[in-house]
Design a protein around this ligand. Structure first.
Ligand code: NI
Length: 178
């Protein structure tokens, strides 16, 4: 299984470079990695499991965070306690985004950023993302709030951008969702 030590730290140069498009059929190695990433994120959000394996809770991972410079990411979202929805996006594109901006009040987190950070990242409150599943079928997700933030955060990883590159504390109120 994937442990915290397998996830690259922000100091690693790879995390700051854009990843390459995936070609289909996907490599076995990537399919296995997607399963491992989902397992890791799921366990990390279950307190007993997180403690057992010493995992920091996280809801998203991009391939580059485990050293694979390919354009895919996964998000594991806890809809209800202990109930998770998995999202896999390969070669994703943002096809529409709301004008309304929101941000995570306490600041975003990232499994590649192992230090306290201060500041917020303005994100679109709603986005539509298109991409492919692991078999190359087109997928399209319209997401809002927490999921929209997670998708934009992970999408940025594919372009070599970390949330710390986007921190903006000027006039927070202008980003506040009403
Ligand atoms: Ni991240």
């Amino acid at each position: 299984m994937l442990l915290d030590k397998d996830i690259l730290d922000e100091k690693n140069k790879c995390l700051h470079k854009p990843s390459e498009d995936v070609t289909f059929p996907m490599d076995e190695k990537d399919l296995k990695m997607i399963d491992d990433m989902i397992e890791h994120l799921t366990l990390s959000q279950i307190p007993e499991e997180a403690e057992k394996y010493d995992l920091r809770p996280g809801m998203g991972l991009a391939a580059i965070q485990v050293g694979i410079p390919k354009r895919y990411f996964v998000v594991v979202y806890e809809v209800n306690e202990g109930e998770f929805e998995n999202y896999i996006l390969v070669n994703p594109k943002i096809v529409s985004a709301s004008n309304e901006m929101i941000y995570v009040e306490e600041g975003e987190g990232c499994l590649s950023v192992n230090r306290p950070t201060e500041g917020i990242v303005p994100r679109h409150a709603r986005i539509t993302m298109e991409g492919y599943d692991t078999e190359g079928n087109k997928v399209r997700y319209r997401v809002r709030e927490d999921l929209a933030i997670a998708f934009q955060h992970e999408y940025d990883h594919l372009n070599g951008i970390l949330f710390t590159d986007k921190i903006d504390n000027r006039n927070k109120d202008k980003y506040r969702a009403i």
